[in-house]
Design a binder for this molecule. Structure first.
Ligand code: 1PR
Length: 551
């Protein structure tokens, strides 16, 4: 029929759906956006990539009169693929923001992860699944990892067990996917779970198709393809430690956007010309790191504190191009704050963030502005709800908001010589000082503030941050390893995931940070850009050391 290569997409405009679109296009399908209940009823196949908050999504469906159409579409066993919130909405209700009614097709209530069980919330990262029954769409994944990002989950019960096609262990065993006939839904993100980007992949047959995320979408889109895999019992897996490649991006003196990399945040060459160090092109390098197996890619617009990102269209373009080929999560930071341009036009930080999400970012990262927000909060004890951090996490969810901390070590003779939390350091300071506190900075390390990394981390967690990107100016670019004292201090202080950054120089530094701290991920820049240590080598080393990673 004329609809044979069309996917109907229910995108209600919250968060990043660009990757789902790109993945569908790369599989040779075109997309029709659902605008009315009739569009649902007339769909040949329907994909519902829910992102954002449960209540907002249900409001959208109800207000557009789509509830009945969706229920009847699913009850009539028409081809359906729900992703993330697109799975949760099928249940009776959710406890996100009070109790909100869902579509009620599957018995059960969607509840928050219990952080008292010792796991960090949000659940961000790569897990393997326990397959419960024939799913078809999951047939190619074997014991490979898929990407999750959520704070709420549905739990298996006697009443819903017929629906469950796989579970995942994180704190508890929660529902990772459901299947009944042609109706599928997954809690994880296939479009972020890796896959080959080449348009040629459509030419290969499904059974030879080895890539995880796109194989799931492909099996949904081509259900007639044969199943060759037998179901194998798999051992329960832990949340994999993530390896992240970071690209510090700025314009060079010719105005071209380049990937640069500093030593202790100084990115200029020490030559007569004093030019900005140029290590390559952002889109190309991101694509390379994705192919090499990076679990995420971060872009930091390091002069964002002075340039205005919405005036900086190249960065948005970098995101758009990157998301066409890179099917792992993308984070972008730099310059996320309120801004008034030269013509007096005011932009809210939320507008800036929205533009980044629309262009393909899954998370935004806030540096300087989060420091000001935390200072204000610690001073007054009042959450105004007005900071960029609070506003963006309210609209897009805290899993989409990273706070980037840029601390510098301040050595102390006695731990109580400072008002801020100090630790005993492994390597004493220049005058034999045995303690240090970690002073937060703003504007790319140019200005120290009266707040410590420990105090900041705890404050931003309360204000709605979903993850911390923990740099260390002293270690940046030095290749001598992560600041274990600092990473330990912060990863033990908060219950959100912490990404250790700055100082990686060898594969052993990654196992060290994972063995000695509670970091959820480790990020590096220089060693990847200079091709000293490829991402694969880091993964192989971690595997050998018995640390779970996505391979
Ligand atoms: O303050 O919200 O505009 O955000 C600015 C962002 O830019 C912050 O996330 C800040 O960390 C970053 N930034 C600002 N100036 C610099 C600089 O280098 N001059 N880069 C900078 C931060 C640190 C890491 C680096 C790791 C790993 N770069 O991102 O990639 O230290 O490096 P390594 O593996 O080579 O040691 P706002």
């Amino acid at each position: 029929s004329s609809n044979s290569s069309v996917v109907s997409l229910l995108d209600y405009g919250a968060g990043n759906v660009r990757s789902v679109r790109n993945a569908i296009h790369s599989l040779g399908f075109s997309i029709k956006d659902v605008e009315s209940p009739e569009d649902i009823l007339n769909a040949e196949r329907l994909v519902f990539p829910g992102v954002g908050a449960f209540a907002a999504a249900m409001d959208f469906i109800n207000q557009n009169g789509m509830t009945e159409a969706l229920c009847s579409y699913i009850e009539n066993d028409r081809p359906f693929l729900g992703i993330c919130l697109g799975l949760q909405l099928l249940f009776e209700s959710s406890e996100e923001k009070g109790t909100v009614k869902g579509l009620g097709l599957i018995p059960g209530v969607v509840g928050r992860f219990d952080s008292s069980s010792g796991c960090r919330v949000p659940h961000i990262g790569w897990n393997a699944l326990q397959i419960a029954k024939e799913t078809n769409i999951l047939d190619d994944i074997g014991d490979r990892h898929v990407y999750f990002v959520h704070s709420y989950r549905a739990m298996p019960s006697e009443e819903n067990k017929d629906w469950i096609s796989s579970t995942c262990h994180y704190g508890d065993n929660f529902i990772a996917s459901i299947r009944r006939g042609n109706v599928h839904a997954v809690q994880f993100h296939p479009e972020k779970s890796g896959g080959k980007s080449s348009k040629l992949l459509v030419l290969f047959c499904v059974s030879s198709y080895k890539n995880v995320g796109l194989s799931i979408l492909k099996r949904f889109l081509y259900p007639e393809s044969s199943t060759t895999k037998k179901l194998a019992k798999r051992k329960a897996s832990k949340l994999a430690k993530r390896v992240i490649a970071c690209l510090d991006v700025r314009a060079n003196d010719n105005g071209d956007l380049v990937v640069t990399k500093g030593d202790q945040y100084d990115v200029r060459e020490h030559t007569k010309e004093n030019e900005v160090r140029n290590l390559g092109k952002p889109v190309e390098l991101a694509g390379q790191y994705y192919k090499d197996g990076a679990d995420e890619v971060s872009f930091l617009n390091i002069t964002g504190f002075r340039d205005f990102p919405l005036g900086d269209l190249p960065m948005l373009q970098v995101l758009r191009y990157t998301s066409e080929n890179v099917f792992v999560p993308l984070t972008v930071g730099g310059g996320i704050r309120d801004f008034t341009d030269a013509n007096g036009r005011h932009y809210s930080s939320l507008e800036v963030a929205s533009e980044y999400f629309r262009s393909g970012a899954d998370k935004i990262s806030i540096g300087s502005d989060a420091v000001y927000a935390a200072e204000e909060y610690l001073k007054t004890g009042v959450k105004t709800g007005k900071s960029s951090l609070e506003q963006i996490s309210r609209v897009y969810g805290n899993q989409a908001v990273v706070v980037s901390i840029d601390p510098r070590r301040v050595y102390l003779v006695h731990p109580d010589d400072s008002a801020f939390k100090a630790v005993r350091v492994k390597n004493p300071g220049p005058n034999g000082e045995e303690y240090a506190w970690y002073q937060c900075t703003v504007n790319g390390g140019r200005e120290g503030r009266q707040i410590g990394a420990y105090e900041l981390a705890r404050a931003v967690e309360e204000l709605g941050a979903g993850e911390i990107l923990l740099n260390c100016i002293d270690c940046d670019g030095q290749g001598k390893g992560f600041d274990i004292d600092l990473v330990k201090l912060i990863s033990d202080a908060v219950n959100i995931p912490v990404v250790a950054s700055s100082g990686a120089g060898a594969v052993e530094h990654f196992s060290e940070v994972f063995n000695q701290t509670n970091a959820s991920a480790a990020l590096a820049a220089g060693i990847f850009h200079r091709k000293e240590v490829p991402v694969q080598a880091v993964k192989e080393h971690l595997l050998k050391e018995g640390i779970e990673v996505r391979t």
